[in-house]
Ligand binder design. Structure first.
Ligand code: FES
Length: 100
């Protein structure tokens, strides 16, 4: 991050699949505006040997069509070993999931 432009830092932070990285503008120091980016409605990202990470604005329904949750971010289990399906609970690390 050191020496990178504000736009580049914002771009890299937005690529973080788990949203562990965040940013905010210090408008007193950095008057630079963020580069225009297309609005992302939803994004699904497969993590290596891990969950399917969903970002966006979406609703999860059960098999009968009842709304379970309205979310902006979640991780869905791909390994089949979660104790809280369909959500990832981190068990994939313990079992050494190799679905790549
Ligand atoms: S992918 Fe994380 S618990 Fe299955």
């Amino acid at each position: 991050m050191e020496g990178a432009s504000t736009g580049e830092i914002v771009r890299v932070v937005k690529l973080c699949p788990t949203q562990a990285l965040t940013y905010k503008y210090n408008t007193e120091i950095v008057p630079e505006k963020a580069p225009e980016q297309p609005e992302v409605m939803a994004e699904a990202r497969i993590m290596e040997d891990g969950p399917l990470v969903l970002k966006g604005d979406f609703t999860i329904y059960d098999v009968d069509g009842r709304e379970l949750r309205h979310l902006k971010f979640t991780s869905l289990c791909r390994c089949g070993r979660s104790d809280n399906p369909p959500y990832c609970d981190g068990t994939h690390r313990k079992v050494g999931y190799t679905g790549k």
